[in-house]
Design a protein around this ligand. Structure first.
Ligand SMILES: NC(=O)c1ccc[n+]([C@@H]2O[C@H](COP(=O)([O-])OP(=O)(O)OC[C@H]3O[C@@H](n4cnc5c(N)ncnc54)[C@H](O)[C@@H]3O)[C@@H](O)[C@H]2O)c1
Length: 351
């Protein structure tokens, strides 16, 4: 079967009802008496977490964001929720972190400067937010006695390790300043858990994509860039030969992981960091091909130089997340791409 026909079949046969995906419930307890802080809540993954919490009657949802890379428009949809409080502030300020953590039960820490190339160009800025800011949040959460602290780590921590699939305990040397910052987060998290008896879980995200991911700017990720290029007939660039592979993960799977990590039973000796992916990988060339098929486009990509700091292949072992937090990603990549493409069309091209 041609790859195009294969993709069409998968989309037609397996496309779940979008509402089912969006109404999945991942928490075992009612949320109405609980207060949640989502740092970076105006960003891509953060705003999807905010959406889940608000749609499932969380007591209060607090967002701390300085809009460095996030957008007020990502929270516009939720402006009528009385239990949403938005604090414009910086995690590099301990006062802002303390204010945001006040009376909070659970923290979902997403705020950071993402992007490997950004960190290669400006390692100091990335370090300040991702390391100093992270430490501020840990201290503020410790002092506010939050029940659990979940934070965003990254598959970049695997660095130059060639082993596939990636298992949490087997990492290589970091390949970028960004990867160093995410590894430092994990080291600090371990020390804070042991020293201050905090409950902390890190989630190593693998190439998350979905609605509200920013397609603009020099540090945009491949999927929103490709969608934007395909839908607006702009050139689409693939770094290198395009045969590098990634374990692309729809954002609702990342939301599931966060919520399940918040409420997973506490166990002694429980691992402190989990791979969050689908455990399936495709090449960038193949990804582009699937997107063309979904959009019914004839676009052809242009190949250019490999980016410094990029890894060649990525595929996650997600068995530990399944075992300890009950993570079971519901949305396969093709379904997620279709939902995301629909969102892009509606948001940017149907005005
Ligand atoms: N998207 C991915 O594929 C991916 C992969 C691995 C890890 N991550 C991590 O997941 C988290 C969320 O990523 P995202 O893709 O949603 O990125 P994003 O840029 O859309 O969101 C980050 C948010 O943090 C905010 N922020 C940045 N600096 C801040 C500061 N100093 N104070 C307060 N807020 C600040 C931004 O304004 C933005 O709203 C980040 O920690 C990122 O490193 C993302």
């Amino acid at each position: 079967m041609l790859p195009q026909e294969h993709t069409k079949n998968i989309i037609q046969n397996n496309m779940q009802n979008v509402n089912t995906i969006y109404n999945q419930i991942y928490h075992p307890l009612p949320l109405n008496n609980l207060n949640f802080l989502v740092t970076g809540g105006a960003g891509f993954i953060g705003s999807n977490l905010v959406e889940y919490l608000l749609h499932h009657q969380a007591g209060k949802v607090i967002v701390l964001d300085n809009y460095a890379t996030g957008f007020a428009s990502n929270l516009e949809l939720f402006k009528n929720y009385k239990n949403l409080e938005i604090i414009t502030g910086d995690i590099c300020s301990i006062e802002d972190c303390r204010l945001a953590c006040k009376n909070v039960d659970y923290v979902l820490h997403q705020a950071a400067l993402g992007s490997v190339p950004r960190s290669v160009e400006n390692p100091i800025a990335t370090n300040m937010v991702n390391v100093d800011g992270f430490l501020n949040m840990l201290v503020a959460a410790r002092d506010a006695k939050v029940k659990r602290f979940i934070y965003a780590s990254s598959s970049s921590v695997y660095g130059d390790s060639k082993a596939l699939p990636k298992e949490e305990s087997k990492i290589g040397n970091p390949l970028s300043p960004y990867a160093v910052t995410k590894y430092l987060n994990e080291l600090y998290a371990n020390v804070f858990a042991k020293t201050y008896q905090m409950e902390i879980t890190g989630l190593r995200y693998f190439n998350i994509f979905g609605p509200r991911q920013n397609p603009s700017g020099p540090y945009a990720a491949a999927i929103p860039l490709f969608m934007d290029a395909i839908l607006s007939n702009k050139p689409a660039y693939i770094n290198g030969d395009g045969e590098q592979t990634r374990d692309f993960t729809f954002v609702k799977n990342a939301v599931e992981a966060n919520i399940k990590a918040l409420f997973a039973p506490k166990m002694e000796g429980h691992p402190m960091v989990f791979n969050i992916a689908v455990s399936d990988r495709i090449s960038i060339n193949n990804l582009f091909h699937i997107l063309k098929t979904i959009a019914n486009s004839e676009a052809e990509p242009i190949h250019r130089e490999v980016r410094p700091g990029d890894i060649r292949d990525s595929l996650a072992d997600i068995s530990s997340a399944a075992k300890y937090i009950g993570y079971s990603p519901q949305v396969k990549m093709e379904e997620g791409l279709k939902i995301t493409m629909d969102w892009f069309k509606e948001t940017f091209y149907n005005k």
